[in-house]
Design a protein around this ligand. Structure first.
Ligand code: GDP
Ligand code: IMO
Ligand code: MG
Length: 427
């Protein structure tokens, strides 16, 4: 299987890091590639009880046989990149080879400043961003005043570009936000300080990946963020500023859609969301608190608590459709062992009418209330199960019911954070 996409099917934090790590270590993967987002991601991997978190780096960085690639669609903070890399090296981790696209856009410290002041300015309408400068960096890219990695190797060009980028930004900062202007020299100096260390990593990653695919090597595209956070297909404006859906992988890596063989949607056995925006199955009662507590639902990047709710099959079907999923990887089934009966949202009720598919407008989605079906719980600890048949009958029935209503087969099930805590349902 030469090209595999792993992506988030809900609002993020589904367990993409675990799924990627699992495939990278068991399926002889040659490349693990990030194609969108930046260090707003937080992916957790647990190896032999040791916990690692990756943000900008692909999770393949922990698999020395595989090459990690940060492709053109990613927004790269060199400061965050080296902080993360040094953090792993300081822990004595043997890190994989790393390649960075010359065309990837750069996040400088002013992007984070603008992200934070914009959020403050929005007040009660704020998105609840991670404050990492993701939106402003993508805005510069689309406005054609962005700085790319290749620009760091030509001081003259870099200065011209930063000058152009800060021209309008500084008017905004000083006149609208009442902040100090950002100095061009300081930004140029900051970015140049990373150039030498970056240089050996930088290449044409589209060429590299296409050549690898031509040679029959296996490439794993590790999604960040998720379908419902996609700027086109998510709950706009409460989204991130990139395209985490499967189509975004092709743009973000410079590979054609005909090269992709598998598209795996990672999905939790319940739902979580960080930041603002609609979330039909969100729970405000004891069940919500219990899901958060048992599931350890605290953000890896920002430490914010995650909003929790039941599984939403409408969201699952939508993710299956817009990504062309070939399969799901269902995570955190073990967390549901405490309930007598488990509600699953099978449709919405909107203004008195039953709706089975994602509604067309955001206003309708804001008004959607869940129509629940209830499943018998299994009331036991399943974290030690190692095959689907080991699961209690009610847990098997829950997985099978989700598969029937979600639009794609369930390839694997997670029963704990460890690599080994995975059950393969369909090969
Ligand atoms: P990502 O952003 O999609 O990679 O997900 P995060 O790492 O932000 O959040 C997922 C959390 O769930 C992490 O703490 C994982 O270690 C954990 N996790 C992943 N799969 C499972 C599972 O099957 N069971 C349990 N209990 N935890 C899991
Ligand atoms: P992983 O890869 C969950 C959310 C933020 C905010 C919105 C916009 O770990 O699943 P941004 O900083 O991107 O402009 O914030 O998107 N968000 C995430 N939520 N998991 C993530 O990544 C996220 N990355 C961004 O909370 O609501
Ligand atoms: Mg995460």
């Amino acid at each position: 299987m030469p090209a595999i996409v792993v992506l988030g099917a809900q609002w993020g934090d589904e367990g993409k890091g675990k799924a990627t790590d699992l495939l990278a270590t068991t399926d002889s993967i040659d490349f693990v590639v990030r194609t969108s987002g930046g260090h707003n991601a937080g992916h957790t991997i647990v190896v032999n009880g040791e916990k690692y978190a990756t943000h900008l780096l692909p999770s393949g960085i922990l698999t020395p046989g595989a090459t990690s690639v940060i492709a053109n669609g990613v927004v790269v903070s060199p400061e965050a990149l080296f902080r993360e890399l040094d953090g792993l090296l300081a822990r004595g981790v043997e890190v994989a080879d790393l390649k960075v696209s010359a065309n990837a856009h750069v996040i400088a410290s002013y992007h984070a400043t603008i992200d934070k002041v914009t959020e403050r300015f929005l007040g009660k309408n704020q998105i609840g961003t991670t404050g990492r400068g993701i939106g402003p960096a993508y805005a510069d890219k689309i406005n054609r005043v962005g700085v790319r990695i290749a620009d760091l190797f030509d001081e003259k060009i870099l200065r011209e570009k930063i000058d152009a980028a800060l021209d309008v930004r500084n008017h905004l900062l000083t006149k609208v936000y009442n902040r100090r202007a950002i100095e061009v020299d300081a930004v140029v100096e900051e970015l140049l300080s990373y150039a030498e260390r970056l240089r050996p990593m930088v290449c044409d990653t589209s060429l590299l990946l296409n050549q690898a695919l031509d040679a029959g090597q296996t490439v794993l595209f590790e999604g960040a963020q998720a379908t419902m956070l996609d700027v086109d297909h998510g709950t706009y404006p409460f989204v991130t500023s990139s395209n985490p859906v499967a189509g975004g992988v092709c743009v973000g890596a410079g590979v054609g859609p005909t090269r992709i063989d598998r598209v795996i949607g990672v999905i939790k056995a319940y739902t979580t969301r960080v930041g603002s925006g609609p979330f039909p199955t969100e729970l405000f009662d004891e069940d919500g608190v219990q899901l958060r507590t048992l599931g350890g639902e605290i953000g890896v990047s920002t430490g914010r608590t995650r909003r929790c709710g039941w599984y939403d099959a409408v969201v699952a079907r939508y993710a299956s459709r817009v990504n062309g999923l070939t399969e799901f990887f269902l995570t955190k089934l073990d967390i549901l062992g405490a309930w007598d009966r488990i509600p699953v949202c099978v449709a919405y009720e909107i203004d008195g009418k039953r709706v089975d598919e994602m509604p067309m407008t955001q206003t309708e989605f804001h008004h959607a209330t869940p129509v629940y079906e209830f499943f018998d719980g299994w009331k036991s600890d399943i974290s030690g199960c190692r095959s689907f048949e080991d699961l209690p009958k009610n847990a098997q029935a829950y997985v099978q019911a989700l598969e029937e209503m979600s639009g794609a087969k369930i390839w694997g099930v997670g029963v704990g954070p460890g690599r080994e805590q995975t059950l393969v349902v369909h090969e």
